[in-house]
Design a protein around this ligand. Structure first.
Ligand SMILES: C[S@@+](CC[C@H](N)C(=O)[O-])C[C@H]1O[C@@H](n2cnc3c(N)ncnc32)[C@H](O)[C@@H]1O
Length: 282
């Protein structure tokens, strides 16, 4: 039984409407919207109804149908959860600095090529944290072919990452030395903002990419970060995705997943070598 709807709601969200959005989002993004996500769907999409001056979710379903080219993006941007922070799950960056990067340097001496993918990068804090780690612990990266690819399905977060401007409170947990080295403080109207150093920006390519669609990049990647993304997908979708990551990773390449995620039972092509750290079996 769906939970009873509170009486004084601004818009009615019928079972049919909810099923429409659940199927639409599921098909396009892999995100599973269970019955418990009804409130989330209501909350995230009502803003759009107000903007369009629509009076019911039924009307909005019709609007999405007739304006699919543009409106699907609005629905997806609204439904995705983009929570992130600089150096979130710090132990991955320690592992990158002390284990992965030294191994890759030893392995790729001929090609002098380093490829890292932040898949589901949200507003950019994750790829910038990767770039800081690379720049701080692998000074020779400038003489290597070094690229960090940062992708997300949500066009708004990609634009934000590309811009590299954040409220200064976002870097409050970063050491003062790091903050001085990698962030420029805004002045005047931008007094409470920081801008990421162009030296980090030039290492990163931000691209909109749906993990459920085709991937134009050839790889191989030395490291893939896919953290706090697959938690929204069902197991068969996770299995397919991990398989595709294994295909694109270099042998013995690393995959970092989020704190509540695991490949347990979803892939035999990786071995667990640390807390939420997997290595592709060569
Ligand atoms: C909670 S954020 C995680 C951000 C970052 N990886 C971290 O751990 O801090 C999840 C991100 O996955 C993205 N995402 C969800 N489904 C996706 C899909 N099918 N393709 C690409 N990105 C997706 C969302 O847009 C969102 O920005």
């Amino acid at each position: 039984m769906p939970p009873a709807q509170p009486r004084e709601r601004e818009f009615e969200l019928t079972d049919q409407d909810f099923t429409y959005f659940r199927d639409l989002v599921g098909q396009h993004t892999g995100i599973t919207l269970g019955e418990h996500k009804r409130q989330l769907v209501y909350g995230r999409l009502s803003r759009r109804l107000r903007e369009l001056r629509l009076t019911s979710f039924g009307d909005y379903c019709q609007y999405v149908e007739t304006h699919a080219d543009t409106e699907l993006t609005e629905v997806i941007n609204a439904i995705t959860t983009n929570l992130t922070s600089f150096f979130r799950e710090q132990h991955h960056f320690e592992h990158l600095a002390t284990a992965a990067l030294p191994e890759i340097q030893a392995r790729n001496t001929r090609s002098r090529r380093l490829r890292i993918w932040s898949a589901g990068c949200s507003t950019g804090e994750e790829p910038y944290s990767i770039a800081m780690t690379v720049a701080e612990t692998f000074p020779n990266h400038k003489h290597w072919d070094t690229r960090i690819l940062a992708t997300d399905i949500d066009s708004q977060v990609i634009a934000c990452g590309q811009k590299g401007v954040y409220p200064d409170e976002r870097i409050k947990d970063i050491s003062p030395e790091r903050a001085r080295r990698w962030f420029l403080r805004g002045t005047g109207a931008n007094a409470n903002k920081v801008r990421v150093s162009p030296r980090l920006q030039e290492l990163i390519a931000f691209r909109q990419l749906n993990l459920m669609g085709g991937w134009p990049m050839r790889g191989p990647f030395d490291v893939i970060f896919c953290r706090n993304v697959v938690i929204y997908f069902d197991k068969p979708t996770q299995r397919k995705l991990f398989d595709r990551y294994a295909d694109l990773l270099a042998p013995e390449g690393y995959l970092y997943v989020g704190h509540s995620e695991s490949l347990n039972g979803t892939s035999e092509r990786f071995e667990l070598i640390g807390r939420t750290i997997y290595k592709r079996i060569a």
